[in-house]
Design a protein around this ligand. Structure first.
Ligand code: FES
Length: 161
């Protein structure tokens, strides 16, 4: 039997709370999967099964949504996980262009595995810092008023860590 470490338990508790919030509501699968990916960094099979069971959605439907959207990843992501907020305020402030610039700089994109780059890039919903849009979230840190010009320096600093 596998022993769960503290961080794993915390992740599972967070997932449980998140799924409770979505249970029984229509049209919440994408939001639930995004939240699950925010918690685990990617979407392993066991998480997809939990989502399917808790939301009473066929596992095949969950898999088809995950494979349809490129921002979902079923493989572990890289050492540095960057999330570009695509909420309305960030979108309006050019987050989509920023996402493309970031992908070009990193040579990676949503869903690519850690072996290909030290960076993984995913997207996220509003992180509650709309006043500083556009936002790039790295771990728990929010980097606001992000521009294409600031990205190379940011990546350089991350690589030094
Ligand atoms: S929309 Fe990006 S922080 Fe709110």
């Amino acid at each position: 039997m596998a022993v769960k470490t503290d961080p794993e338990q915390k992740q599972e508790q967070r997932l449980e709370r998140a799924l409770r919030k979505y249970k029984g509501k229509p049209g919440v699968l994408i939001a639930a999967l995004q939240e699950a990916q925010e918690i685990f960094g990617y979407l392993p099979r066991k998480v997809l099964i939990r989502v399917a069971n808790k939301l009473t959605i066929p596992l095949s439907e969950v898999y088809s949504v995950v494979s349809f959207y490129s921002f979902f990843s079923t493989v572990p992501t890289a050492r540095h996980r960057l999330e570009v907020c695509l909420g309305t305020a960030c979108y309006v402030q050019g987050a989509e262009t920023l996402l493309r610039d970031l992908q070009d700089l990193c040579g990676t994109g949503p869903g690519k595995s850690a072996a290909e780059s030290p960076f993984s890039i995913t997207t996220t919903r509003c992180v509650g810092a709309c006043g500083a849009a556009p936002i790039v979230k790295i771990g728990e840190e929010l980097h606001g008023e992000m521009t294409a010009e600031k990205l190379p320096r940011l990546l350089e600093e991350l690589e030094k860590q």
